[in-house]
Every structure is written in structure tokens, then in C-alpha cells.
Design a protein around this ligand. Structure first.
Ligand SMILES: Cc1cc2nc3c(=O)[nH]c(=O)nc-3n(C[C@H](O)[C@H](O)[C@H](O)COP(=O)(O)OP(=O)(O)OC[C@H]3O[C@@H](n4cnc5c(N)ncnc54)[C@H](O)[C@@H]3O)c2cc1C
Length: 402
């Protein structure tokens, strides 16, 4: 959606095909990082975004046994946005879709599922086949097809792009726990102990709670009584029994199958993958949606001009990968580091607060490092800025008022 908006602002004819009828999905990409907030300002959308219901998370803190460590402090990073904004993904996508609809060269077709890639005689991708809202088989010709179709990307599969998978130790259960006192914590808080890990995010009147389970253990664990899970959560966070009583059945516990992978080559002749389709991220740090947005910005900046001139080459597509590879690889390496140093030992019950991993000891001793971790997570390497064709002067007064 971001790429569609930016290309349309460059005057490029762009059609976004979305297989769902709406953007409704719970617990998906709700963490909007400072890099994305800054970009929205540059696109003149900061004031609209500020009107959405959002909670602000200013720090990430974990507790191992009785030892607390601040992993990241967003108040220390430069710029106006010193927090992660928690916004339902459908609100964010609706905002982008509304802004894109203001551009005459933008088309959004909902309820339209891509089923295959069109190719010419030499194998170059020339668009897509898709099933429209009425179930009719259609095709759409395009100079460039961009697979922004997520972790199960049909485009990357059809394009035959090779995927490198990384082992990941956990899957995640996600559940809402209502707050009792509505007190604001403004933080991401992880609790580690007795072979268990759970993380809460302050969502105003409830805690979005993620409970880590051993990879692939969902079915086995769901065979147990839900009451056991309620008791475990209540013990971990010191919640009274009635606070967790809202988790009445397993239907309320959503499974996130954590994946981590990356394409070797993000492109082929006439086709490019970005976002989760090019690199699915671990849920650690909530970076996935923000990296996808950064990919979109780089793609639009690099490709808008060749697309406008009708002179797009495969070399242009390679430039997109070159630009975005480093931030992706660094983010995935750091996630793998967190898996190995913290999550694997925590789930195995061997993480000992008396022998904390070195990075945690450093974060405890040197507060400035918490600003660095916040910067790397919240802004990242090679932050992308709105290209001049998409830039709209931000109305900062109305951003502040909202
Ligand atoms: C349960 C869950 C929770 C998550 N929580 C977070 C979080 O808190 N923070 C965070 O940063 N990231 C989170 N992520 C990851 C985040 O959602 C992704 O990294 C991000 O949304 C990637 O954006 P994308 O545009 O590449 O793909 P997506 O957001 O997955 O978008 C792909 C779109 O393509 C559509 N589509 C798929 N196939 C087709 C097809 N054949 N034809 C047409 N349309 C198609 C899909 O319906 C979807 O709308 C979470 C992921 C999951 C699964």
C-alpha cells in the first residue's frame, strides 16, 4: 500500500491487488516505529495518523527472575517521535489507502487474489493472473510486478525465487488481558522465568500479551486445560485471577507461527519482491511492518523514474535489493542473536539471572546503550526518507494538536 501510494504520487499508473475484502486482522504489525512515523510526517500524513487511536510505548524492559533490564529507551532517540505507536494495522492501511485514492493514477482492487504470473515468450514477467471479487479469472498487464504479498507470497513462489530459511526456537500465542486499573505503563515488558517467556504491550485498556511456546508445540499444548495457561500468565505478571478469567477458551488464544527467511535474489525479469515476501522477520522487536515500509520507500525512489520513462531494467531491480539488503541482514542477525542469547536458554530453563549474557550486563551498566538499541530498532540502518515527488509539507501544528 505504501509503494502504491508513493508510485502514484510520482504519476506512475499503479494497481494494488488485495485478496481480502478488508484490512481487518488482529495482532498484526501494530508496532509503528519512529522511522515510519517520521516518514508519515514527510508524506504530509502525520496529522491524519495522529488522529488514530494509538498508545505510545517508550521503553522495552525485561525481567529475568528478579533482575530487571531496560533493553531500549526510545525517549533517547533524536527526532519528534520518541516512542513506538501501537495502532491497529487496519487503521494504518485504511489511512494509506485513503491517501493513495487521492492520486488519479492509483487503483486498489480488493477481494482480488493473484493466482499466477503472466510471462512473455522470453520468460519475462509481464503482469499477473488474478481472481476478482465475482470469482472471474482476470489478467493485468504490467511493466513491473511487485510481490508485496507477505510471508506466504504467491509471487515469489511463481517467480521461482530461492528462499533461505533460518531456524527459529518459538511460536507465539497472543491474547488480550484487560487491565484492572487502566494505569498506563507505556512500555513493552517481558517476563522470563521457570522455562517461560511472556511479553506484554500496553494497549490502553488491555495488555496485548505474547506467550512464547516451543516451535511446533501449539497442537500438543492446546490439548491441555486452558485454566493451566490462565494460572501461568497470572503467576508470571502477578495478575489477580479475575483479570485472566477473560481467557475462557483456546479460541481466544491466537497462534503466530514465527518464521525467519530471506530471498537470495529479490527479483527476476519484470518482477520484484519486498517486505515479508523478500524477508520474513522474527517477531522479536516488532520490526516487520517497519522494514516492509522502508523497502517500499526505497523501491519507489529507485524505480519511479525508470517506470515513468518506460525504461525499467533488471539492473534497477538489483539496486533495490542492494539498498535494502544490509538493513535486512543486520536486523535478522540481531534477532538471531536474541534468540540464541535469551529466548532459547529461557525456554530451556537455563537462563540464569546470576549469569546474565554480556549485552544485558552492558545495558544495565551503561544507560546510553539503551538509546543506541532504541535507535537501531526504531530507526534502523539506512533509514529511508520520502522521495521529493512524494513529499508534502508536514502540518506540524495540527500534528501537535491531534
Ligand atoms: C500474527 C502476526 C503478528 C505480527 N505482529 C507484528 C508486529 O507487532 N509488529 C511488526 O512490525 N510486525 C508484525 N508482524 C509482521 C508484519 O505483519 C509483517 O512484517 C508486515 O505486515 C509485512 O508487510 P508486507 O506488506 O510485506 O506483508 P503483509 O502485511 O503480510 O501484506 C501482504 C498482503 O498481501 C495479501 N495477499 C497475500 N497473498 C495474496 C494474493 N495471492 N493475491 C492478493 N493479495 C495477497 C495479504 O492479504 C496481505 O494483505 C506480525 C505478523 C503476524 C503474522
Amino acid at each position: 500500500m505504501m509503494l502504491g501510494l508513493l508510485l502514484a504520487r510520482a504519476g506512475v499508473e499503479v494497481t494494488v491487488l488485495e485478496k481480502h475484502r478488508d484490512f481487518l486482522r488482529d495482532f498484526r504489525g501494530d508496532t509503528v516505529h519512529p522511522s515510519t512515523l517520521r516518514l508519515l510526517d514527510e508524506l504530509g500524513l502525520g496529522a491524519r495518523f495522529a488522529r488514530l487511536r494509538a498508545e505510545r510505548l517508550e521503553q522495552m524492559r525485561i525481567q529475568i527472575g528478579s533482575t530487571t533490564t531496560v533493553l531500549a529507551d526510545f525517549r533517547r532517540i533524536p527526532g519528534r517521535h520518541k516512542y513506538i505507536a501501537m495502532v491497529p494495522q487496519w487503521d494504518f492501511l485504511d489511512l494509506l489507502a485513503t491517501a493513495a485514492a487521492e492520486e488519479p493514477s492509483f487503483t486498489l482492487r480488493m477481494d482480488s487474489t493473484v493466482t499466477g504470473l503472466r510471462r512473455n515468450g522470453s520468460g519475462r514477467v509481464t503482469g499477473v493472473y488474478y481472481r476478482d471479487a465475482d470469482g472471474a479469472d482476470c489478467e493485468l498487464a504490467a511493466e513491473l510486478t511487485v510481490g508485496c504479498d507477505g510471508r506466504w507470497s504467491a509471487v515469489r513462489r511463481e517467480a521461482g525465487l530461492a528462499v533461505v530459511d533460518f531456524a527459529i526456537p518459538m511460536d507465539v500465542w497472543q491474547v488480550r488481558i484487560p487491565k484492572h486499573d487502566n494505569a498506563r505503563t507505556g512500555e513493552v515488558f517481558g517476563r522470563f522465568g521457570d522455562g517461560q517467556v511472556a511479553v506484554t504491550m500496553d494497549r490502553g485498556d488491555y495488555f496485548q500479551t505474547s506467550y512464547l511456546i516451543e516451535k511446533g508445540a501449539d497442537e500438543r499444548l492446546r490439548a491441555r486445560d486452558i485454566a493451566e495457561f490462565r494460572i501461568r500468565l497470572a503467576e508470571m505478571f502477578g495478575w489477580p485471577e479475575q483479570q485472566v478469567a477473560t481467557v475462557r477458551s483456546w479460541d481466544e488464544v491466537k497462534l503466530l507461527r514465527a518464521e525467519m527467511n530471506r530471498l537470495r535474489r529479490w527479483y527476476g525479469d519484470g518482477v520484484l519482491c519486498i517486505g515479508d515476501a523478500a524477508h520474513t522477520m522474527s517477531p522479536v522487536g516488532g520490526v516487520g511492518v517497519n522494514l516492509a515500509v522502508q523497502d517500499a520507500v526505497a523501491t519507489a525512489r529507485i524505480l519511479a523514474e525508470p517506470l515513468r520513462r518506460g525504461q525499467l531494467t533488471t539492473r534497477d531491480l538489483a539496486r533495490v535489493q542492494r539498498r535494502r539488503s544490509l538493513p535486512t541482514i543486520v536486523a535478522q542477525r540481531s534477532q538471531r542473536g536474541e534468540h540464541d542469547l535469551l529466548l532459547r536458554p529461557a525456554l530451556a530453563g537455563t537462563l540464569d539471572e546470576r549469569r546474565l549474557p554480556m549485552p544485558l550486563r552492558a545495558l544495565r551498566r551503561i544507560p546510553a546503550l539503551r538509546g543506541l538499541t532504541a535507535y537501531l530498532g526504531g530507526i534502523g540502518l539506512r533509514p529511508e526518507h520520502a522521495p521529493s515527488f512524494a513529499y508534502r509539507a508536514p502540518n506540524l501544528d495540527s500534528v501537535e494538536q491531534s
